[in-house]
Design a protein around this ligand. Structure first.
Ligand SMILES: Nc1ncnc2c1ncn2[C@@H]1O[C@H](COP(=O)(O)OP(=O)(O)OP(=O)(O)O)[C@@H](O)[C@H]1O
Length: 654
């Protein structure tokens, strides 16, 4: 019931269609009673039962012609009403499917990273396809058949009782047993269908992961294991599907037997009624009655099936509701979010921030002040909390205690659209779409001027499919590509900026992917640009070009660069070293080297490594590449003294 209530907002959009469609079903059902009536008149006429004079036939050829015409006319009109029903109910179910799909997709867009970290893509896909189809089937074919069955039973029984109450009682005695057996069967089918659906989700998830991780599978040459795993899942699906098929075997035979018994009894009692002297039960009436019983057989069989369709539809709707009811961990809150904050300058402040996942403390008592326009470097051992620190700035999650602030506003008071419009992140593992490289770079630009998509589609004729503009400003795209050091590579591609990437086009190298993601972030001209280990896959020469670009970008912007390579960080205004979630060192490159802590050790090791490399490849020499940067105007570096284990806020000076 509750699931029906939540479906109502969608159903009520199509109330009119459902009412007209259902009336059409009832009318068609009533009209379908007529042919047997005309047959009865003909038989009774032919057998002389309508005539008092046995010497002449009780029906003329002309009359038979009219009856035949009546049968054809009834069939034609009933057919027209069935067409009307399809036009109304089946179309309404398709429209509802469109609306639910549209809403779920739009809602999924509002969910955040933690949701997608937990969700299985295969399962989401399965819900959007399999479950949505099950709901559509319930709302279309299901609704139609329920009304068809109910009106079929009511109209048929009304006439059948008029013909013979004795025969009607026989049918009524057998009918509930058959319907009960079929309903039980439907329940079994439903349970087993659910098991099969769950297995389908697992299979979809496995295939999706395998396709996404194809490189890893190939790299480790574990195709055979993958095939075996998939085969096991597939076999289990087959087993569950066979169990599903097996449900109705013996039960269907049993209902057949019951029907046979019912017809036997009808023949016996009906024959006796006809043969009883002075009885008004004629052969024609008997044939008409049997015709109606036959007509009931189909809806009877459908009862079980429809129960299954309805149960499946409702269960699927509940699964879809789970998607619609999911809420992002982080969202705007009435009373807390200040809608007046429309822009931020880029100043970030961590005020005694601690973040815990369960029992694990990921960040502890982190305090940091980053004035707008700072070039901030973050380094530290793997797992020390660098990414998490950056994620707090985009409010992927909220701190367990303390506060992250921008321009003095707690992030929780800044509208998410303002915040996410102000910050661009280049993630560690960039994702590229199967689209042109220009569209991949300009991905974040096309949010304005989108076509208005109708919320409801009309029954007669559909509006044209809206064209979503896909041409981000080419000048900005080229400039971003230049800043990311990608322009040279793109010019070498077959179709330049229109080169397709991914499944339908060229495959980019790791470094090219990283630079595409950097260009994508830069093109939006964000107030705060965060690069999470985004230069790890490029050589030092390319790194130098990107850093040059970032220097240009960083004029008036805050750039936060997470990196393991000292060469990447050395010219940052301020560098923070994280260890086990705590800020253990911070200051300028020179100050940190002088401090002889973790940073200085890292610098020494990397310098030694590059000294060794230099003999083979002078370009790979990190220091040499970094030295070339000396010609680039570097803003005055942070002038404060770094302190080891500092937890008090540190002002980062430009
Ligand atoms: N969603 C999460 N749930 C639980 N733990 C998490 C989650 N995200 C991160 N962590 C944990 O937080 C810690 C810090 O992770 P983080 O990704 O910030 O490390 P990092 O310093 O960026 O490492 P790397 O240099 O390897 O990228 C790790 O121990 C990680 O396992």
């Amino acid at each position: 019931m509750d699931s029906l209530r939540t479906l109502w907002p969608y159903l009520k959009l199509h109330r009119r269609q459902y009412v007209i469609g259902l009336l059409a079903v009832v009318i068609a059902n009533s009209l379908n009673l007529l042919p047997w009536y005309f047959i009865r008149l003909t038989i009774d006429g032919l057998t002389g039962q309508l005539d008092t004079d046995p010497a002449t036939p009780g029906v003329t050829l002309a009359q038979t012609g009219w009856y035949a015409l009546g049968i054809v006319a009834a069939a034609a009109v009933a057919g027209a009403f069935m067409l009307l029903m399809r036009r109304m109910i089946v179309v309404a179910s398709r429209q509802t499917e469109y609306e639910v799909r549209r809403d779920i997709f739009a809602h999924l867009q509002t969910l955040d990273k933690p949701y997608y970290d937990r969700a299985h893509t295969g399962d989401l896909m399965n819900r959007l396809t399999g479950d949505l189809s099950a709901v559509r089937e319930m709302l279309g074919f299901g609704v139609w058949q329920i009304v068809n069955i109910v009106s079929g039973f009511v109209t048929s029984f009304a006439v059948m009782f008029g013909l013979s109450w004795q025969l009607s009682l026989i049918v009524m005695a057998v009918l509930p047993v058959i319907v009960g057996v079929l309903a039980y069967m439907a329940q079994l089918i439903n349970e087993r269908h659910k098991l099969a659906q769950e297995q389908n989700s697992l299979i979809a998830g496995k295939a999706q992961e395998n396709f996404s991780g194809a490189r890893v599978v190939k790299g480790y040459a574990i195709e055979d294991r993958e095939i075996a795993d998939y085969r096991a899942l597939n076999l289990e699906l087959l087993r569950r599907n066979i169990a599903l098929i097996k449900v109705d075997g013996p039960l269907r035979s049993f209902t057949n037997l019951l029907l046979g018994i019912a017809f036997g009894l009808i023949l016996l009692v009906g024959g006796r009624l006809i043969l009883t002297p002075d009885s008004d039960f004629t052969v024609g009436k008997f044939v008409q009655f049997v015709g109606y019983v036959n007509r009931l057989a189909f809806p009877m069989m459908m009862v079980g099936w429809i129960t299954g369709v309805t149960q499946r539809g409702l269960a699927s709707w509940l699964r879809l509701r789970e998607l619609l009811d999911a809420r992002p961990l982080v969202q705007d809150e009435r009373g807390r979010t200040d809608a007046h904050i429309l822009d931020v300058s880029g100043e970030v402040n961590f005020d005694r921030v601690t973040l815990r996942y369960g029992n694990q403390t990921v960040l502890e008592d982190v305090s940091l002040e980053v004035p707008a326009g700072t070039f901030l470097g973050i380094t530290g051992p793997t797992g020390s909390g660098k990414t998490v620190l950056a994620q707090l700035i985009t409010r992927s999650m909220d701190p367990t205690s303390g506060a992250v602030k921008m321009d003095g506003h707690d992030l929780r008071t800044i509208p998410l659209t303002t915040l996410r419009g102000a910050v661009s992140v280049v993630p560690q593992e960039p994702f590229l779409f199967s689209d042109t490289i220009a569209n991949n770079i300009g991905f974040g630009l096309n949010n304005a001027g989108l076509p208005v998509v109708p919320t409801r589609v009309s029954v007669v004729g559909l509006p044209p499919t809206p064209e979503v503009p896909q041409n981000p400003d080419p000048v900005r795209v080229r400039e971003a590509a230049r800043l990311a050091g990608l322009d040279g590579d793109i010019e070498g591609f077959p179709a330049g900026y229109d080169t397709m990437l991914g499944e339908r086009g060229v495959t980019l190298s790791g470094g090219q992917r990283q630079r595409t993601a950097i260009a994508r972030a830069v093109v939006r001209e964000p107030r705060i640009l965060i690069l999470d280990d985004s230069l790890s896959a490029v050589d030092t020469e390319t790194e130098r070009r990107i850093l040059d670009g970032l220097r240009e970008v960083s004029q008036g912007r805050t750039v936060i660069l997470i990196a393991h390579r000292i060469s990447t960080l050395r010219h940052a205004d301020h560098i923070v070293v994280l260890e086990a979630g705590r800020v253990t060192e911070q200051g300028s490159h020179d100050a940190l080297v002088a401090q002889k802590g973790h940073y200085a050790e890292l610098e020494r090791l990397q310098r030694l490594a590059s000294d060794l490399d230099r003999e083979d490849d002078p370009v790979a020499d990190i220091d040499a590449a970094a030295d070339r940067l000396e010609g680039v105007p570097v803003p005055e570096r942070a002038g404060h003294q770094a302190q080891r284990g500092q937890t008090q806020p540190q002002k980062v000076m430009k």
